[in-house]
Design a protein around this ligand. Structure first.
Ligand SMILES: Cc1cc2nc3c(=O)[nH]c(=O)nc-3n(C[C@H](O)[C@H](O)[C@H](O)COP(=O)(O)OP(=O)(O)OC[C@H]3O[C@@H](n4cnc5c(N)ncnc54)[C@H](O)[C@@H]3O)c2cc1C
Length: 389
């Protein structure tokens, strides 16, 4: 089967090449970019539909870990995860979001959950029957995660949660949330624990829905006397920060992969436009200025692709990849933003017309430079890591 040239790079084996071919064929058959209704209700319904579709296609099995719990393997194959996100983002941005949240929302359970927790949540997520969410950020604690205020006070055989979480993807449509709260074993990052909170738990309410440039389900959650059983705590008490960071180490690389998908689609559209658009008696692509732009776009994309799959490959070799994942996330999201901007420019007025693919890519990419650690946070991670070595 044919596959893109970058699949011949040494990061991949035949199983990855075969996986990518099957995935592309499935995406072509099931997903297409169309101008969809961006009302909140329509986006919510579309996300639920996409999760069920991805589940029935078998793709969500790659977002979780544990063969005994419906996963494709016992350990998430980071290269497959990245190929999935890149390919979904290339074909259809919202389907990448729907896929990504199933993984991010259960990453803590896959990595640190008890067998009971895994049995209760992972099979339903892998089949698309349940939607997951990851609730870390707060109004006063975004980049500075350790400043979180949401509290988890020990009470009887469990904890009682108080506080707010904001910018929570899938907020309002998730079946459960993995929530990080201050349990007080120690000050700062060492006094945080992680809990699974079912959406119908008394005391948990959706305070506000949030609208953003590229519509996704997003909400602020309120916890008031919200009681969670001890069986719902993930990992040791006070280890929640470690749980969150280990989850982000896996999924940060996949944010880079999503950016590759958006950037690759922009380059694909720009090439088609350069070949077909007639002006001044020749095509847009006949101008050297256009060729220069295309060269820049392709080089930015290849550089980002190399860093992304290096990080994914290293993790699959069992190595710690905090620095490499940060380099990949920073470079891929920043480069994709530039590539997409150049593609918009090459499309002229069509580039900013609502519903055109490059217009939606332009909106989709922006948040990736902010969430799961803004570019400046990635710079700090890389710089500190190098200085301590
Ligand atoms: C679309 C979207 C989806 C999201 N989904 C989720 C989710 O599912 N779960 C969740 O928990 N959170 C989610 N978030 C929240 C996201 O992780 C935060 O927005 C992010 O961590 C930044 O936090 P903040 O918005 O509070 O910005 P701030 O922390 O106020 O940072 C603002 C800016 O300051 C700059 N900055 C940060 N640190 C430094 C520094 N050390 N030095 C210099 N400059 C710096 C960066 O440019 C940053 O963008 C989402 C956000 C968005 C936009």
């Amino acid at each position: 089967m044919s596959h893109p040239a970058e699949l011949d790079w040494p990061f991949f084996d035949d199983a990855h090449r075969d996986f990518k071919s099957r995935l592309d064929a499935w995406c072509t058959a099931h997903l297409a970019h169309t101008q969809h209704d961006e009302s909140r209700e329509a986006v919510d319904a579309e996300c639920v539909r996409l999760v069920r579709l991805l589940g029935s296609g078998g793709w969500l099995r790659h977002a979780v870990a544990g063969s005994a719990y419906g996963a494709a393997s016992d350990r998430i194959d980071t290269r497959q995860l990245c190929l999935l996100r890149e390919t979904l983002a290339f074909h259809h941005g919202l389907s990448d979001f729907a896929f990504a949240m199933q993984g991010l929302g259960t990453g803590a359970i896959s990595l640190f959950g008890t067998p009971e927790q895994k049995q209760r949540y992972l099979p339903r997520v892998a089949s698309g029957q349940a939607l997951a969410a990851f609730a870390l950020s707060e109004p006063e604690a975004g980049s500075d995660v350790a400043a979180m205020q949401c509290s988890a006070s020990a009470s009887g055989d469990g904890h009682v949660l108080h506080g707010r979480k904001t910018w929570i993807s899938n907020g309002g449509i998730a079946d459960f949330y993995v929530v990080f709260a201050r349990s007080g074993e120690a000050p700062g990052a060492r006094g945080i624990s992680a809990f699974i909170v079912d959406a119908d738990t008394p005391g948990l309410t959706v305070e506000e829905r949030i609208d953003v440039v590229a519509p996704h389900p997003l909400a602020t959650l309120q916890f008031e006397h919200c009681r969670v059983d001890a069986r719902q705590r993930i990992g040791e008490a006070g280890q929640g920060f470690k749980v969150a960071m280990a989850t982000l180490d896996v999924f940060r690389t996949s944010v880079a992969a999503a950016a590759l998908g958006f950037g690759r689609r922009a380059l694909h559209e720009a090439l088609a436009r350069a070949r077909s658009r007639q002006m001044f008696g020749q095509t847009l692509g006949d101008f050297q200025i256009t060729q220069s732009k295309i060269a820049q776009m392709a080089t930015l994309l290849d550089a980002a692709t190399l860093l992304t799959y290096r990080a994914a490959w290293l993790r699959d070799q069992g190595q710690r990849i905090t620095r490499e994942a940060a380099m990949a996330k920073m470079t891929a999201t920043e480069n994709a933003q530039q590539i997409i901007d150049m593609a918009v420019q090459m499309h002229g007025g069509m580039g900013v017309r609502k519903g055109h693919i490059v217009e939606s890519l332009y909106r989709e990419i922006r948040a990736l430079r902010i969430y799961e650690g803004a570019t400046e946070v990635q710079q700090l991670i890389i710089g500190k890591d190098l200085l301590k070595a």
